[in-house]
Design a binder for this molecule. Structure first.
Ligand SMILES: [Zn+2]
Ligand SMILES: [Zn+2]
Length: 159
């Protein structure tokens, strides 16, 4: 009885072992990853089709992926900080160089035109004053002439 039973089990075992692992179906539940073939393998096919390949426990592979993701996320954060710093520096440069230069030029133009306005106003007053003195002279001359003419006219009338 015992020998028959053992023989039956042995036969079944052989059958199972002959069964090949499929890419998505394995004989054993334990999970490994074959880096050489880039597929999941179990301890059974690990010993056969992937005998001399670079095999790793799936947990280790997950840990590696998580580590890579974490490094990537940190890198992204660093890049974001770098961009923000660059933006801030550019704003400062704009404020210091462009804005200050522009404000300075605007002030200079205002100052120059204020001086020009003042100078022109002084010239305007001077010219009007000079013209007024000519006018006054002419008026005086005219008045004198008229008065002399009237005087002469009177004399002629008397004669
Ligand atoms: Zn397998
Ligand atoms: Zn392999």
């Amino acid at each position: 009885m015992s020998s028959r039973s053992s023989s039956f089990l042995d036969n079944n075992k052989i059958k199972i072992e002959k069964k090949q692992c499929q890419i998505d179906q394995h004989q054993k539940n334990d999970n490994f990853y074959c880096h050489s073939c880039k597929v999941l393998v179990c301890s059974s096919c690990k010993k056969k089709q992937h005998r001399d390949h670079f095999i790793d426990k799936l947990d280790n592979v997950y840990q590696e992926i998580l580590k890579t993701l974490s490094t990537f996320t940190t890198g992204m954060l660093d890049w974001k900080q770098y961009q923000q710093r660059e933006k801030h520096i550019n704003e400062l440069i704009f404020q210091q160089d462009v804005q200050q230069h522009y404000d300075g030029q605007i002030n200079l133009i205002s100052q120059l035109f204020r001086q020009l306005h003042d100078t022109l106003h002084v010239k305007e007053v001077e010219l009007k004053k000079e013209l007024k003195s000519y006018y006054d002279d002419s008026l005086e001359h005219y008045t004198t002439l008229i008065s002399e003419l009237e005087d002469q006219n009177c004399k002629i009338h008397v004669i």
